[in-house]
Design a protein around this ligand. Structure first.
Ligand SMILES: C[S@@+](CC[C@H](N)C(=O)[O-])C[C@H]1O[C@@H](n2cnc3c(N)ncnc32)[C@H](O)[C@@H]1O
Length: 479
């Protein structure tokens, strides 16, 4: 019962624009967050279909249910995996079962479709989250790719090797899985595969993280021993990925304003075996870059609050009026630019990744362009040449991600690097691309005597990586 009451409450709050689904779900303190999140998202997605059935069957009048409660119950009863409650609500739904089923069937006949998902409005159908592959990041702090692949094979999954193109991901079905073509520690399973109850997830050996959201930490690539800040960190999947890249060696400080999200993060990091972190419930904008504690920071991951417009299930089916929406985007962009400007003030910063799960250029390319204009000591680095979707012109060095082009949620990533002190930029040199080193271009000169140069960092990082690669030899050959 509590699942449906909470889900209905959240839908009401979303309608009153009291917050984004994800935040409201996290704040609900419901025991099974994933289950609640999935139910709210799915009900939202099928909202118009459910509403039509409720109206045509006069369900509210017959049952005295409120609209959102009726919707969540009806979703699980007719479309989802069956009602997860007994009692009076189940009795009510059972009483009206044949009328409800008949209404759904009539809708399908009218639209000449046979599957429930074909009833969805075209935009939603295309973007539906359950059509995205299930991405599984292997947590190398606790296990290896090889062990995880073997584990799944022993469970009857068939391993198809490394993907060569996006269509390989699209054609996954049944108990098959692949190693991703871009990210070396990412496995890809068919859509809807649910691993929340799986031992490897519960034990922190795997992290269920969308592919696009794995890009920022992968591209920042701080070497073991580095001094790293995760400026807006909770709930912390990217922080745990940074710790894995650093082999738990170095200083990884994670800030977040929201104490509740930070406490969720602490549990997540514990499960992932992260030990090099320091969590701070603090406003990143108030952190003094010149303070002895932070003046040695070399890498920053900046993933600030954004509109969330790239998150498939968060796409609002009833968007705010254009003026309200524009004002909201402007306010977010101003905050994001303040964060970026602040981050670029850390005196020994070498590299920064800026990312959002927004599809709006105001929060992405425009923030980065303004940040670069106001901080001439930094430049953009072209990343992952093989990535199919680029930042909007002229910022094609950056990456974009989307359901259609990359089979992920909508996302944006930019990698900024401190310029060498000389006036002319060195021509970027393309590094050879291997599964373990991100495809980035770095300048081919050394600079800044007395500080750690990026080239040295990268070289140190690569040394570390080479050793790691050797240790994991078989793993890599599997990909
Ligand atoms: C997009 S989420 C970060 C997601 C996170 N990077 C991850 O991968 O799990 C943005 C976060 O920024 C936090 N935040 C917003 N303003 C902040 C500020 N001024 N200082 C620190 N954290 C802030 C929010 O509480 C929220 O948790």
């Amino acid at each position: 019962m509590a699942l449906y009451t909470k889900a209905a409450e959240i839908l009401e709050k979303v309608e009153r624009k009291e917050g984004a689904v994800k935040t409201l779900v996290y704040e609900s303190k419901f025991q099974n967050i994933k289950q609640l999140y999935a139910l709210v998202c799915e009900t939202q997605k099928y909202s118009s279909v459910l509403q039509d059935i409720i109206i045509s069957t006069k369900l509210l009048k017959e049952t005295k249910l409120k609209m959102n409660l009726a919707k969540v119950l009806l979703y699980d009863f007719l479309i989802g995996q069956g009602l997860k409650c007994g009692g009076s609500w189940k009795a009510v739904m059972m009483k009206h079962r044949s009328r409800l089923q008949a209404a759904l069937a009539r809708m399908k006949v009218k639209k000449k479709v046979s599957r429930n998902q074909d009833l969805l409005p075209p935009g939603i159908r295309k973007a539906s989250e359950d059509q995205l592959p299930r991405y599984v990041r292997v947590n190398t702090l606790k296990t290896t790719m090889e062990d995880v692949i073997d584990y799944f094979k022993r469970e009857g999954f068939s391993y198809q090797g490394q993907a060569a193109r996006l269509d390989d991901l699209r054609s996954l079905s049944g108990k098959t899985f692949l190693c991703d073509q871009h990210l070396p520690e990412l496995l890809v399973f068919p859509p809807k595969m649910d691993f929340h109850a799986h031992f490897l997830y519960q034990a922190g050996h795997i992290v269920l993280q969308d592919k696009a959201s794995c890009l920022p930490a992968y591209l920042l690539n701080p070497p073991p021993g580095a001094h790293v800040l995760d400026a807006c960190a909770a709930p912390g999947n990217k922080t745990s990925q940074l710790a894995a890249i650093m082999g738990n060696k170095g200083k990884l400080v994670a800030f977040d304003l929201d104490a509740k999200r930070l406490s969720t993060m602490s549990t997540l990091l514990l499960r992932a075996g992260v030990t090099c972190q320091q969590l701070a419930n603090q406003d990143f904008l108030k952190v003094d870059p010149e303070s002895p504690e932070y003046r040695g920071v070399e890498y920053i991951l900046l993933d600030p609050s954004c509109s969330g417009s790239g998150m498939v299930c968060l796409r609002d089916s009833s968007p705010a009026p254009p003026q309200e929406e524009e004002a909201r985007l402007q306010a977010l962009a101003a905050f994001q630019l303040r964060c970026l400007n602040h981050a670029l003030r850390f005196p020994r910063l070498q590299r920064l990744v800026y990312s959002t799960c927004s599809v709006h250029k105001q929060e992405n390319e425009e923030v980065v362009s303004a940040g670069l204009q106001q901080n001439e000591g930094y430049r953009l680095i072209p990343v992952l040449p093989s990535w199919p979707e680029r930042g909007l012109e002229p910022l094609t060095q950056c990456l974009r991600a989307s359901t259609t082009h990359t089979l992920t949620h909508g996302f944006f990533v930019a990698l900024l690097e401190r310029r060498p002190p000389s006036s002319e930029d060195a021509a970027p040199m393309q590094l050879s691309t291997t599964a373990s080193s991100p495809e980035i271009s770095v300048s081919n000169e050394n600079w800044e005597a007395g500080t750690v140069s990026l080239d040295q960092d990268a070289a140190e990082g690569n040394k570390g990586k080479k050793k790691k690669k050797k240790r994991k030899g078989n793993t890599k050959s599997q990909c």
